[in-house]
Design a protein around this ligand. Structure first.
Ligand code: IMP
Ligand code: MG
Length: 186
């Protein structure tokens, strides 16, 4: 296919559409082994995890329900501000439920350590974390993901749900953005 204007902003592709699909099938099978017989509630962190949520829930054929929570911490820069705010909350009582939080990327850990604590305070029986990407080199909070798709180097990545300034989420692959796309804007 012809290179789109989005493709032209990408320095290199880290994971192709096929590699992502293969890894998600493996993760889903592993999660199914852990979750079968339970009644889990998958909670997707908007907006970055919206595409991963659709794929991982179908790769893990357990009877479950889904919820969405939206948080903001970023603004239009490439590093976290640290403060996490809930901008859209889940709609049901989660007391006694086994939650699986589905996230696009675990970076500083601020978002997921906040959310894990938040859900436990609201009475969840357990909170496990499923993240497509893990960037351990940037961790500020001690937080462990139960399911990780890929460990990524300390580079700003976009695609497959991940954005820069709300764009590139609909790229089917995950790639590193050319630094000139965001330089001067931080
Ligand atoms: P944390 O709170 O620093 O762990 O960051 C979590 C959120 O930051 C993720 O849900 C993403 O939305 C965003 N984020 C972190 N690293 C990247 C990246 O490389 N590309 C795009 N978004 C990122
Ligand atoms: Mg996100």
């Amino acid at each position: 296919m012809e290179k789109t204007t989005m493709d032209q902003d990408i320095l290199k592709i880290l994971y192709t559409e096929e590699e992502i699909a293969r890894r998600i099938r493996e993760m889903g099978a592993q999660m199914y082994e852990d979750l079968k017989g339970k009644d889990p509630l998958f909670v997707s962190v908007l907006r970055g995890a919206f595409i991963f949520m659709a794929d991982i829930t179908r790769a893990c054929p357990v009877k479950c329900d889904v919820e969405f929570i939206a948080v903001s911490s970023y603004g239009n820069t490439t590093s976290s501000s640290g403060a996490v705010q809930i901008t859209h909350d889940i709609q049901q009582d989660i007391s006694g439920r086994d939650l699986v939080v589905v996230e696009d990327i675990l970076d500083s850990g601020n978002t997921l350590s906040f959310l894990k604590q938040y859900f436990l305070t609201k009475g969840a029986a357990s909170v496990s974390i499923c993240t497509l990407l893990d960037k351990p080199s940037r961790r500020e909070k001690a937080i462990h993901a139960d399911y990780v798709g890929f460990e990524v180097p300390d580079e700003f990545v976009v695609g497959y749900g991940l954005d820069y300034a709300q764009k590139y989420r609909n790229l089917p692959y995950i790639g590193v953005l050319k630094p000139e796309v965001y330089s001067g804007k931080e």
